[in-house]
Design a protein around this ligand. Structure first.
Ligand SMILES: Nc1nc2c(ncn2[C@@H]2O[C@H](COP(=O)(O)OP(=O)(O)OP(=O)(O)O)[C@@H](O)[C@H]2O)c(=O)[nH]1
Ligand SMILES: [Mg+2]
Length: 301
């Protein structure tokens, strides 16, 4: 457990430095927190990508506290409010009453869909579950081979089709295979294209429809994979995907490389879509189930 916590803390180091560093700098310079430093604090919080709603709540509480006492503990106020925002959504994976649980991973190009599919497979396998993978990115060159390699590494079979063929047909076949092989989980890797391209949304909607034809309550999770380093742009992507096809949860990747980890707070609070997993590195064991308490601790420790 300690090792896991360390990974999250190391992964969030840049976000921690930015958020806490800025708060401390402002408070050190103006401990009384006059109007000007409150403005500065507000700008710093917005700049850390935690979102407008959470920023406003922190500023409001800090303002109230500074009317009552001279030395306001801004860090602990921020910590409390951010922890509340983080814990506001359930983070556990939704599973099928009867196997297989079908999980679709989608998102724009390069966010980490394929690696997250592999990492999730690894997590589930470690938990003793059987996992089948479906290579439904028939769009990008070498995407199928990439998933096959991950399949070998994680010890999972991969259902594939031809490049440029219908991804929904592969998903259907894969679901058939998962049912007949009695697999616990089917993880479906999909193609990434710009979210402004309507055809990606159409492709994903079709994939969902086709899965439902075979298994009415599938997919049990539609997980949008977001690259944390895109910050507020990621929040917009999530909004658009959610409106177009419905997203049941998020995987926020590449937290290790960015100071924009505050985006996880904004997503939880403002979109009310739960963050289910976070990616904190490139290795197969660098995906972790999202734990609001651990995340808050890592952000402030
Ligand atoms: N540092 C870091 N790198 C990551 C993480 N997740 C994914 N990556 C890297 O991001 C790059 C893209 O990952 P992919 O999984 O191929 O992304 P994708 O969304 O499948 O990409 P397309 O299929 O081209 O749309 C790879 O180099 C991954 O190693 C993470 O949590 N941290
Ligand atoms: Mg991919």
């Amino acid at each position: 457990m300690l090792g896991l916590f360390k990974k999250v803390r190391d992964g969030l180091a840049k976000t921690h430095d930015k958020l806490i560093g800025e708060i401390k700098r402002i408070v050190a310079r103006a401990p009384r927190l006059d109007a000007e430093s409150l403005d500065e604090l507000e700008a710093a919080l917005i700049g850390s990508d935690i979102g407008v709603e959470t920023t406003m709540r922190i500023i409001e509480e800090v303002r109230k506290a500074s009317a009552e006492t001279r030395e306001v503990d801004v860090v602990s106020i921020a910590r409390r409010i951010i922890s509340e925002a983080l814990a506001s959504q359930p983070a556990a994976l939704r599973t099928a009453q009867q196997a297989p649980t079908v999980i679709v991973l989608l998102g724009v190009n390069g966010t980490g869909k394929t690696t997250s599919t592999a990492k999730l497979a690894h997590l589930l396998k470690q938990d003793g579950r059987s996992v089948l993978l479906a290579a439904c990115d028939t769009f990008r060159a070498a995407a199928i081979e990439q998933l096959k390699i991950w399949g070998e590494r994680t010890g999972c079979d991969v259902i594939t089709g031809q490049y440029n063929s219908d991804s929904a047909a592969i998903a259907f076949d894969a679901l058939d295979a998962a049912i007949s092989r009695k697999c616990d989980f089917l993880l479906i890797d999909t193609a990434g294209r710009l979210h402004t391209k309507k055809n990606l949304m159409d492709e994903m909607a079709k994939l969902q429809r086709v899965l439902r034809k075979r298994l009415p309550d599938a997919p049990h999770e539609t997980l949008l994979v977001l690259d944390a380093s895109t910050g507020m742009n990621g929040l917009n992507q999530a909004r658009e995907f959610h409106q177009a096809i419905g997203v049941s949860g998020l995987i926020v990747t590449k937290l290790d490389g960015t100071a924009k980890g505050g985006i996880v707070v904004a997503i939880n609070r403002e979109l009310k879509i739960p963050v289910k997993f976070i990616g904190v590195g490139e290795q197969v064991d660098d995906l972790q189930p999202f734990d609001a308490t651990a995340f808050g601790d890592a952000l402030f420790s």
